[in-house]
Design a binder for this molecule. Structure first.
Ligand code: F6R
Length: 241
């Protein structure tokens, strides 16, 4: 694992965006896998700046959603990962809509959307997977206990994850109980993985990850033997090391 320690969130975001920009300039047909949540927001902002400054084009880039909530009602669409990535990233760059692969948010459509995603993944292997990390070590919505062989699936969100994500919703009972996620195997199939962690709330998880103990109880530990993982962590996330 390549570990990059940076001072703060701003530096983390710039560093991640610089790596991704460099990779796209090297291969304009790059296929990205993209996390949502608060951690990568700065990276998306920096990538948008690079696009505005003509340092990168996304004309031929493809992008996969890493995961998506199963929403209990269409009125909650603005909490979806689809809305999040459209708002924070895709609407601000020149990616072609047909090059974006996401999920249906309706739980009753989960089987169909999972099968479609598996088909798209088989046709477009992911080059760079951008990840955050949950306080319980989840990556995507692969929660503790999830098999390292898992592929795209419906995941029941843990109490801890739902609690951590309450901040994105107006009411606690709106936080979805289920999400669809690429599985750990799909994540490990990516050629390169970049995991971001910022802030003291991630310090325990980073300590656990860097203890290099491999266990399904801590899904991020599946990354340890991947040949190309870069972890970018800021001072607060390193505070227990
Ligand atoms: C969401 C995802 C999750 C988040 C994790 C951390 O698409 O992949 O694994 O990365 O829950 O979320 P934040 O960044 O909000 O702390």
């Amino acid at each position: 694992m390549n570990i990059i320690k940076v001072k703060d969130y701003e530096e983390l975001s710039k560093k991640a965006a610089k790596i991704i920009t460099g990779e796209i300039n090297h291969n304009k047909h790059l296929v990205l896998g993209l996390a949502t949540g608060s951690t990568p927001v700065g990276t998306y902002q920096e990538l948008v700046k690079n696009y505005d400054n003509k340092l990168v084009t996304f004309k031929y880039t493809k992008a996969f959603f890493l995961d998506e909530y199963c929403l209990s009602h269409p009125r909650l669409f603005e909490y979806s990962n689809k809305y999040f990535l459209e708002y924070n990233f895709f609407s601000k760059i020149n990616i072609e809509p047909e090059n974006v692969f996401g999920f249906d948010q309706r739980i009753e459509e989960s089987e169909k959307t999972i099968a479609q995603m598996d088909q798209h993944l088989a046709e477009n292997p992911i080059d760079i997977m951008l990840l955050g990390i949950g306080q319980n070590g989840h990556i995507g919505y692969n929660e503790p206990g999830c098999s390292f062989e898992s592929t795209t699936h419906l995941s029941k969100l843990s109490y801890k994850t739902r609690l951590a994500n309450q901040r994105f919703f107006s009411f606690a009972d709106e936080v979805p109980s289920y999400a669809i996620t690429l599985g750990i195997k799909n994540i490990l199939d990516a050629k390169k993985i970049i995991l971001l962690a910022s802030g003291s709330s991630k310090a325990e998880a980073i300590k656990e990850l860097l203890s290099l103990k491999i266990s399904t109880d801590f899904p991020a530990s599946s990354l340890i033997h991947h040949p190309d993982v870069t972890i970018i962590i800021d001072e607060d996330a390193c505070s227990l090391l």
